[in-house]
Design a protein around this ligand. Structure first.
Ligand code: MRU
Length: 347
């Protein structure tokens, strides 16, 4: 996507290095982080320099490829297996990470070149899938629609285009009038910081809303459609996504607002029978207790925003049962969140 007139992907690999947009600095500063080794790339994933299911998947694929390049002749396999485990331990919930690591690991059994090629394929497929999701999803958007989103499932969360935002970009290109209500998405504020930044760059009208404003807006009939992304989708259609998604889905059902999930098939985990089996990441309480922003001198600053000495919990995701979901927009089309339709995606 476009940043100041230049086309960027969220993440890419060149020679031995992986380059990623430093998302912890957005929207205040735009910097590229260079990960020179697989360990650097793991650091990028766990500290959320790169984040979002698809972008994490690409990062994991590139990290696995880097490990193949770094592995010594002596103890090659031990090195690769240890690296694979380290990459998998960076973030547990996004299915794309495990899918991507497995693909590159298998490809590397043939040759290092093959592992590198596979990692690039994973990244390219992610970008292409997102584009297709945009085409299918845009059919749900009528001219004049008000759409609510949660977290950031835009191009920053993928290699390009995004999932929940891709249909909105597509509809906007088709000259449909759209307006977006952006959930701020505490504690890390991916909506207020990243989704709003993306929409502003594309000149798409939007406002940031407090996380607890959604029910009020829906009760007033102000939301025509809600689209969110997904980090893992179980075989029965239950969806793990950013914490807060479940509340929005319940409220959407109450007020008759269609609630769609946009995700590529690489996010589905058919080995997970239901959402109960999905591992939910718990992150540091500091993300709740402190907020990062820009001060009057233009410097990025982290400040305590809670009662000093109080503790916090920070589950990063929740699981929305399939019964609250109207449909899932994939690169292969829109399906109902049930085992039969999901199974057909993989025939
Ligand atoms: O913790 P993050 O920022 O990596 O989580 C990302 C999300 O949960 C988003 O909501 C998104 O919908 C899934 S990734 C496209």
């Amino acid at each position: 996507m476009n940043v100041k007139g230049k086309n960027y992907r969220t993440i890419w690999m060149k020679d031995q290095s992986v380059f990623m947009i430093e998302q912890n600095l957005l929207p205040f500063e735009f910097e590229i982080f260079e990960a020179k080794s697989y360990k650097d790339t793991c650091f990028g994933i766990s500290t959320m320099i790169v984040r979002g299911a698809g972008a994490i998947g690409a990062a994991a694929a590139f990290a696995m490829a880097q490990a193949f390049l770094e592995a010594p002749g002596d103890g090659f396999l031990e090195f690769i297996i240890k690296a694979k485990k380290e990459i998998e331990d960076t973030r547990p919930t996004a299915r794309n990470l495990f899918y991507a690591v497995d693909r590159v690991f298998e490809a590397g059994k043939i040759s290092i070149e093959n592992a590198l090629k596979e990692a690039q394929k994973v990244a390219n497929k992610d970008a292409k899938d997102s584009q297709q999701i945009g085409k299918f999803g845009s059919e749900l958007i009528k001219d004049g629609f008000n759409i609510q989103t949660h977290c950031n499932a835009g191009w920053l969360a993928f290699v390009d285009h995004g999932t929940a935002l891709s249909p909105i970009y597509y509809a906007h290109q088709q000259k449909k009038k759209v307006f977006v209500y952006v959930d701020e998405t505490r504690p890390r504020s991916q909506g207020a910081r990243l989704t709003a930044w993306e929409l502003k760059n594309e000149n798409i009208p939007h406002v940031i809303i407090p996380d607890n404003a959604g029910a009020f807006l829906m009760s007033q009939g102000k939301v025509d459609l809600m689209i969110v992304g997904a980090d893992r989708i179980a075989a029965n259609g239950d969806v793990a996504n950013k914490i807060g998604t479940l509340e929005k889905a319940i409220v959407a059902k109450e007020y008759g607002v269609p609630f769609y999930v946009a995700a590529p098939t690489s996010t589905f985990d058919l080995n997970c029978k239901s959402g109960n089996e999905i591992v939910i990441e718990n992150r540091s309480q500091d993300e709740v207790l402190y907020q990062t922003g820009i001060n009057k001198n233009g410097e990025i600053e982290k400040v305590l925003v809670c009662s000093p000495g109080s503790e916090a919990i920070n589950p990063a995701f929740d699981v929305t049962p399939a019964k609250y979901i109207t449909g899932i927009i994939t690169e292969k089309g829109i399906v109902k969140p049930d085992a039969v339709e999901i199974g057909r995606l993989f025939d």
